[in-house]
Ligand binder design. Sequence first.
Ligand code: HAM
Length: 412
Amino acid sequence: MSTINSIKGFKDILPADAPFWQFIEKVVRDVSRRYDFEELRPPIAEKTEIFARGIGEATDIVEKEMYSFVDKGEERITLRPEATAGIVRSVLEHHLTAGGRAVRLFCMGPMFRYEKPQKGRQRQFHQIDVEVLGDAGPYVDVEVLSWLNDFLHGLGLTGLMINLNSLGCPECRPAFRELLVKFFTARVESLCPDCQRRLEMNPLRIIDCKNEKCREIVKDAPIMLDHLCGDCTDHFNKVKELLDLLGLKYKVNPFLVRGLDYYTRTAFEVLSDDLGSQSAVAGGGRYDGLCKELGGVDIPAIGFAIGMERLVMLLKEKAAIEAQTPDYYLAVLSEAALPVAFKLAKDLRDNGHHVAGDWEVGSLKSRMKKADKSGAAKTIMIGDDELGRKQAVVRDMQAHEQTELDLAPYMA
Ligand code: HAM
């Protein structure tokens, strides 16, 4: 029978990579504690409607990429393609902003998008999500950007640039959209087929089309920043001022648009030159209208998500993270020594030590080979000789020095 492999675009995170993931998760928790962000763990599936309404019917995600199915109770369900819509659903359902304070949340976990897999792009991938709901002011915009900056520095990833833009609001965006449609309609023949379609459904997305010809046209297109209303202009200026106040580096990028429809005002991405075509490490922005869209309550919000696979790629290029190696390896040299070694291992573990062992008997040579492979700092050898003397031999694998360990307590 042939073996069964994993699903296309779904990857195992193997033990050799786990230390990178654990390091990232630790830094997320450290930074979140310093910034007073709490963890929320929503389910990985939601009712399909949450994403269709939240992310937008005309987005690539909702149009083509969702893993959706009808369950046995005839409910239409989708594996989350992103976390924000589900987090909003949870905050509304549990009234998490009821105390009058904004709620500051983070979440980590798998997301699912039926995209064409390539380097840095998978169908199951992982995100760190950071969201603040309940505050419309520019201070929280900069607080979440500061979280992001500190997190990247905490990982040792310097030199990544925050690209910043404002996407306006329901006051100013419709007129800008009209302008864009007018501009692109006059050049429709030269647009790629995808953008010709976008012109009707989602003209803002033409701005970040990767097609060379479209990019040439976009260079002369009107930009949102020139058409913001007074309130959006004030908000954007204040965000820049506060970023400067904290000394955070950023670049205003008027061509930055996002792939999800819910954004208003501040939008940003962190890009890296070291990731090839899938260069976005993180992306997010303000989504002041989403809560109303999903629940009828008006709660302003801002947040972003970081792609964890892409972080691991960047970290791997930078430096190896040392795997946790055992303090002790137990080399068992005779059948009679096996239960003694087993009990000793339990005692060492009870005392907080990291202990490795294979619970099989072998020659000294074969055991030492396994001890070397385990990377243990010390090897404890127990055979018939050691049982006779009630003393195990403890070898320091680096210094090649040997000491003894009393076996009497383990030889009842
Ligand atoms: P997004 O830009 O769709 O935003 O995704 C955020 C990040 O997730 C990307 O910058 C990228 O690093 C990673 N990512 C996305 N798709 C894939 C994939 N197929 N394979 C690997 N990595 C991927 C959102 O998801 C929004 N929910 C962000 C947000 C939160 N906005 C407000 N709050």
